[in-house]
Ligand binder design. Structure first.
Ligand SMILES: Nc1ncnc2c1ncn2[C@@H]1O[C@H](COP(=O)(O)OP(=O)(O)OP(=O)(O)O)[C@@H](O)[C@H]1O
Ligand SMILES: [Mg+2]
Length: 260
């Protein structure tokens, strides 16, 4: 579904992404792991159109999407969540979700004078969609809560919910499980699996939690120093000497354990 060909992203002389080529297969939940500073988020920013790569190409199917801005990619169903959630904190969960679809009739000023019926129909439709999304994510009891009052884990669910307001083809999840308690992590994991199985979402997820990756991801791609170091099933990745070495070089904190 997404093919990345020899992407480089340099910041001055620093090579954050240094010749990465990989493929995210349709209907997969592909894991992207690697030590801190490996270039994972930078690569997501390149795919999602936030950074222009120094060189290299990104394809969605047959289409070259390398230089498309984020809103064009959004229209094509390429969505991302942020490592640090980007909610509108003074707005309710419902309002946050209703903000997402970009082409609402009401956003065109002229329509607020001449097309009021259309706007209210459309708004009702978006509202029921938002309610459905909160039910799916088991946060419907928080519909009218200000997003700023949500826990870290609930904010991550809201981030996931935003991707469900449009017809996503591929969702890039940046550490959606980080700092989330076990119960909410299970809710997030189940939602990802259901979106994948029932609605055909393709996911690529950056994650450090090995249990979470083992439960959800196949295949797993390991990035280190801006390059792909290994790719395959998580059970094989955990035995890979080069992968263990890459993590050891950066400290043991997030290293995969052989007997996980
Ligand atoms: N805008 C930027 N300007 C300069 N350097 C940057 C910029 N963005 C990222 N970097 C550097 O690029 C490297 C890769 O960063 P990136 O955020 O992609 O890592 P990561 O793999 O997502 O790490 P983590 O697991 O800690 O989130 C880091 O050394 C970082 O400091
Ligand atoms: Mg990151």
């Amino acid at each position: 579904m997404i093919v990345i060909e020899n992407i480089h992203k340099h910041f001055g002389g620093f090579k954050a992404v240094n010749g990465t080529s990989l493929e995210i297969k349709k209907n997969s939940i592909t894991g992207l792991i690697g030590p801190n500073g490996a270039g994972k988020t930078t690569l997501f920013n390149v795919i999602a159109g936030i950074y222009k790569p120094t060189s290299g190409k990104v394809f969605l199917g047959d289409e070259d999407i390398t230089d498309l801005p984020p809103h064009k990619l959004f229209e094509k169903g390429v969505l991302r969540t942020f490592q640090i959630p980007h909610e509108f904190s003074t707005m309710s969960v419902l309002e946050n979700l209703m903000m997402v679809p970009g082409s609402q009739t009401g956003e065109k000023l002229i329509n607020t004078w001449f097309n009021t019926n259309k706007i209210s129909d459309e708004e009702e439709e978006i509202k029921s969609k938002a309610i459905e999304v909160t039910k799916f994510l088991t946060i419907d009891h928080l519909l009218y809560e200000k997003a700023g009052n949500l826990s870290g884990g609930q904010k991550k669910l809201l981030e996931l919910g935003r991707t469900m307001m449009v017809d996503a083809k591929i969702v890039l999840l940046d550490e959606v499980g980080a700092g989330v308690n076990r119960t909410l992590l299970k809710t997030i994991g189940d939602a990802i699996l259901r979106l994948n199985k029932e609605r055909g979402y393709t996911f690529c997820m950056i994650e450090h939690d090995m249990d979470f990756i083992t439960k959800l991801c196949d295949p797993v791609i390991v990035l280190a120093e801006g390059k792909v170091l290994a790719e395959g099933k998580i059970s094989d990745i955990k035995q890979n000497e080069e992968v263990i070495e890459a993590y050891l070089g950066k400290g043991m904190k997030n290293a995969p354990k052989r007997n996980d």
